[in-house]
Design a protein around this ligand. Structure first.
Ligand SMILES: Nc1nc2c(ncn2[C@@H]2O[C@H](COP(=O)(O)OP(=O)(O)OP(=O)(O)O)[C@@H](O)[C@H]2O)c(=O)[nH]1
Ligand SMILES: [Mg+2]
Length: 438
């Protein structure tokens, strides 16, 4: 990426809006802005101005930022124009004729990173916010942007740097019998850093998991009330319900909102225990059901409360049992102890059921306080831990050169997370996930 030129882009979201934002950043940003807005103040400012370009006079809010006090760290100007795409395109065309180049996706944030305004985890936070689906991802992205991961890693890196410096000092004084760091002390320090990294991994969530919608499949005999349950939780008539056994044939699903997120609730054909399929359709129906059951994250056994037969069995254990049609309950002993008793007719058990599904589907998610790590973070932490383990194993040995090498490699991997040492291809990979104008 070349930072010598001045870039511009539309940085408001796509589609009609009351205001549209054109961003300009780089060494010539101010000069270009002055050519259409001669009274732009020399200091940081936010004012309404009359802009003159392409024989037009347009009243717009103009935000002037002075290097290094801007998002990118460069001279920056933002034009907040009336929401008119033609106007915006005329302005962009004008700026291009003045020498501005259209920004690539993520280029504003990349410049912020190169100018030391953001570390790499925070830059990823910006990308994650732009791409967030739903509240949980947004929350995790905000944590990244707030620098929480960096805040946890930096003290560990400082401790590691200190140990490395002491070891390297010994290498420099190899001819003299000095020890700057007693070996048991070194070992303790390395073990402590390893413990902290291990804790960071085990107490964090995975970013990738946040966007995964847990699949929950309803399994039971024909007529048990599975489709009714699907409709009841989805809040609309997704599936056909009838008193005839064998109503559902295809695999159906609906998105169901639970307090911690949404799940993909799957309804399949009712299954009998040991019945051989009578027709081609039935064989297919079973095969589809079997696959949906195997692919689900959770399986719920749905059984009519008065059904005296033993529950059906499938190739996996059930995570939850739901007894349906509680309004038809003949004797109180009908329900199994750890089953959730519901009635779609009277509304009984709905909160219980939602609570149980929520716990199962989002267990281990651990609320908002836990940090979310992406694949790249986890991989770098694991590699750093491998090198630290190697180093800890050598702590007692004589060859401190090799030990220093391992410590340096560990530090390097942690540094990559923050972008302290970042190969170009890694940077390209991260910033290309942005959209233009960010
Ligand atoms: N009284 C009562 N009837 C219910 C309740 N839930 C479902 N039913 C009835 O039970 C019958 C079967 O319901 P479905 O939801 O179609 O059952 P299913 O398990 O999807 O059946 P298949 O698709 O054939 O496997 C329908 O007539 C429903 O109206 C309930 O809570 N109370
Ligand atoms: Mg059904």
């Amino acid at each position: 990426m070349n930072n010598d030129d001045t870039i511009c882009a539309i940085s408001s979201s796509a589609g009609p809006a009351a205001r549209m934002i054109v961003r300009l950043s780089g060494p010539a940003a101010r000069a270009m802005a002055l050519s259409i807005c001669p009274d732009l103040p020399a200091q940081v400012s936010a004012r309404r101005h009359r802009l003159h370009f392409c024989d037009l006079e347009v009243v717009a809010w103009v935000y002037g930022f002075v290097s290094p006090r801007s998002y990118t760290g460069e001279e920056m100007v933002e034009f907040h124009l009336p929401g008119n795409m033609t106007l915006v395109q005329l302005l962009i065309g004008y700026l291009q004729r003045q020498g501005a180049r259209m920004a690539e996706p993520g280029e504003f944030t990349a410049r912020a990173y190169f100018n030391g305004r953001l570390d790499l985890t925070r830059a990823e936070g910006v990308a994650a916010i732009i791409n967030a689906h739903g509240e949980r991802e947004l929350q995790a992205a905000r944590q990244l942007l707030a620098g929480e991961l960096a805040g946890r890693l930096r003290p560990m890196m400082d401790r590691l740097t200190e140990a490395l410096a002491l070891i390297e000092a010994e290498i420099d004084f190899v001819d003299e019998p000095v020890t700057f760091l007693a070996r048991p002390d070194l070992r303790r320090r390395l073990d402590a850093i390893l413990d902290d990294l291990r804790n960071l991994l085990s107490n964090s969530r995975r970013f990738e998991r946040l966007s995964h919608q847990p699949r929950v499949v309803l399994v039971g005999r024909p007529n048990a009330g599975k489709s009714t349950l699907l409709n009841w939780l989805a809040g609309h008539d997704r599936a056909i319900v009838s008193p005839l056994a064998g109503t559902t044939r295809d695999v159906l699903w609906a998105e169901v909102m639970l307090p911690a997120g949404s799940i993909h609730l799957v309804d399949v054909a009712g299954l009998e225990m040991d019945e051989s399929p009578e027709s081609v359709v039935e064989a297919q129906m079973r095969e589809h059901a079997r696959r949906a059951i195997a692919e689900a994250d959770l399986a719920v056994l749905v059984q009519e409360v008065n059904d005296p037969r033993p529950p059906i069995q499938v190739d996996r254990p059930f995570d939850l049992r739901v007894d349906t049609k509680a309004d038809l309950l003949k004797a109180p002993a009908g329900s199994v102890e750890d089953a959730i008793l519901i009635s779609a007719k009277t509304g009984l058990g709905r909160d219980n059921l939602i609570g149980a599904l929520n716990r199962l589907a989002f267990a281990g998610d651990g609320g908002e306080a836990r940090l979310a790590l992406n694949q790249r973070h986890v991989q770098s932490i694991e590699r750093a831990m491998d090198h630290l383990q190697q180093a800890a194993g050598m702590a007692e040995s004589e060859s401190i050169e090799l030990l220093a090498l391992e410590l340096r490699a560990a530090l390097d991997h942690l540094g990559r997370i923050l972008g302290v040492v970042s190969p170009d291809e890694l940077l390209g990979e991260i910033f290309s996930r942005f959209c233009i104008g960010k």
